[in-house]
Design a protein around this ligand. Structure first.
Ligand code: KIV
Ligand code: ZN
Length: 529
């Protein structure tokens, strides 16, 4: 009989710790609802004591989501535990996740403590958390590098104190699969009360071993896995949900299953990527755009003869669209509705009217509309809206010209305009935006991908910018690559403190237009309307 592996999703906690990937409460609720539909068993919704925003997110997710257990992280500190319990008060099913360092590195250099004292604190934290909730998960931080004999003593103590789940994190991503598997086996064999708790794997990907270690953990006795969508997470990331779910589904002979609705994987992967502004690497297993693309002639021929010659998973099994769906500017509302339903969007008549109006605009500039276009169209309204929008963008470029961009953006009811030169059209446009902001923004990363193929395609631009020591990510989509680039730039700057001193208003009180604008666009720029 196949045994169930519980999926503990930490996209909204460990995943969200990536610099520049922070979500607001509304966005976290959207992701949490999708995780629920995907079939995860536990959602780690945040670390409530860490900030009022995290606290609010745990409250909001506890109210919005009913099926999965909602979990909140704490340190082994009473105040953290009290705050977590308060944040979880509306959850139908709740869990507190508390813990402390288990390796000698952490005991000595993080806590400046001793093994005995750490055991006391671990036990006390679990006992305290059990006053508030029935489910308490204990994490032995840096268990990957901890001494197994000491770790076993710690796990025995916390289970005796009431822990119902024991998490064995490879916090630094140090372990090899054999080591991690042997660690779990050691606990199964040496902790006398281990049958009273579920063992959980929490692996990081610093050596590219997170998924392999997690599978080794399962094969040696763990029955819960801590994962994130797209493997997002600090440094090299966490174990990816889609990889573990599809490994267990593909290798049924291992004798495990999960509650994941695999056909929903791709849609959730795309949602998280867009909302967190973290592009999925093209060759990412399961959800990368090349994961099912066969380019060599031999492979193409083999797949056409018999799919399984070169594919171990059917793309439909993870919800990857097979080909561009035929929706064009001539398609009607019924066709649009059919495709939206297929992608999981249920719209009432009014919402369908609105979606159709947007669809016609989109279809006007694009030959075929793909599933990704539809998702973008739908999620664009839910995703974080940039404070500023592009009103007009005009580029003059080509050889031997100096590229010149004139950018007009609307912010808080005012329109601002500036022009700049650059070493290319995108650089010129970014410099024009910088001029409006009256700031020099540092562009750290610029990535452009096409969503499908061909020159009618939509460009997806991802940027990472730095301002005042903080990093911000942004996404922009458009059939025009420069427009997509400026959208991404404004999207990244959405949360940055750069909106207080704008220059170049052309329809409001502020009509300070930098004199240098005349250099490129002449007297026209000086008009105020
Ligand atoms: O990696 C880790 O050790 C963690 C714990 C807080 C569970 O994320
Ligand atoms: Zn972690």
């Amino acid at each position: 009989m196949s045994e169930k592996i519980f999926i503990f999703d930490t996209t909204l906690r460990d995943g969200e710790q990536v610099p520049g990937c922070q979500l607001n409460t509304e966005e976290k609720v959207v992701v949490a609802r999708q995780l629920e539909a995907l079939g995860v068993d536990i959602i780690e919704a945040g670390f409530p004591v860490s900030s009022p925003g995290d606290f609010q997110s745990v409250v909001a997710i506890s109210k919005a989501v009913t099926e999965p257990v909602i979990c909140a992280l704490t340190r082994a500190v009473e105040r953290d535990i009290e705050v977590a319990a308060e944040a979880l008060q509306h959850a139908r099913r709740k869990r507190i996740h508390t813990g402390i360092g288990a390796s000698d590195y952490h005991i000595k250099y993080k806590f400046n403590s001793t093994r005995e004292e750490i055991l006391e604190r671990a036990e006390a934290a679990v006992r305290f958390a059990r006053r508030f909730v029935d489910e308490v998960e204990f994490y032995a931080e840096d268990a990957g590098r901890a001494d197994n004999e000491f770790l076993a003593r710690m796990i025995e103590r916390v289970i005796a104190a009431g822990a119902t789940v024991v998490n064995i994190p490879d916090t630094t991503g140090y372990c090899l699969p054999e080591m991690y598997g042997a660690k779990i086996r050691y606990l199964v064999e040496h902790v006398p009360n281990i049958d009273k708790a579920i063992i959980s794997c929490h692996c990081h990907n610093d050596l590219g071993m997170a998924t392999a270690n997690t599978i080794a953990g399962i094969m040696n006795g763990a029955r819960q896995v801590e994962v994130t969508i797209n493997g997002i997470g600090e440094r090299a990331g966490n174990t990816s949900l889609e990889e573990v779910a599809m490994i267990l589904k593909t290798h049924k002979h291992l004798g495990f299953h999960t509650g994941i609705q695999s056909q929903k994987i791709y849609a959730v992967s795309q949602l998280v990527s867009r909302m967190m502004r973290m592009p999925v690497q093209p060759n990412k297993a399961i959800v990368g755009r090349n994961a099912f693309a066969h380019s060599s002639g031999i492979h193409q021929d083999g797949v056409l003869k018999h799919r399984e010659n070169y594919e171990i998973i059917a793309p439909e099994d993870v919800g990857i669209p097979q080909s561009s769906i035929i929706l064009t500017a001539r398609s009607g509302k019924a066709a649009l509705n059919h495709h939206l339903r297929r992608l999981g969007y249920q719209l009432d008549r009014k919402a369908l009217e609105q979606a159709y109006a947007k669809f016609l605009l989109l279809a006007d500039g694009k030959k075929d509309i793909t599933d990704d276009d539809l998702r973008e169209m739908m999620e664009g309204s839910q995703a974080r809206i940039s404070k500023a929008t592009i009103r007009r963008l005009q580029i003059l470029c080509g050889k031997p010209l100096h590229p010149v961009a004139t950018v007009e953006i609307e912010y808080n009811g005012l329109v601002y305009r500036a022009s700049e030169t650059g070493n290319g059209p995108v650089n010129a446009a970014y410099r024009a935006v910088d001029r409006i902001l009256n700031k020099k923004i540092h562009l750290e990363e610029y990535l452009v991908q096409s969503i499908t193929n061909g020159s009618y395609d939509t460009a997806q631009v991802h940027v990472r910018v730095e301002h005042d020591g903080r990093t911000y990510n942004g996404f922009g989509l458009d059939t025009d690559i420069v427009v997509a680039s400026v959208k991404a730039y404004l999207n990244a700057l959405h949360l940055a403190p750069v909106w207080d001193d704008l220059h170049g208003a052309v329809n409001g009180r502020n009509d300070r237009i930098p004199a240098s604008l005349t250099e490129f666009v002449g007297a026209e720029t000086h008009q105020t309307h």
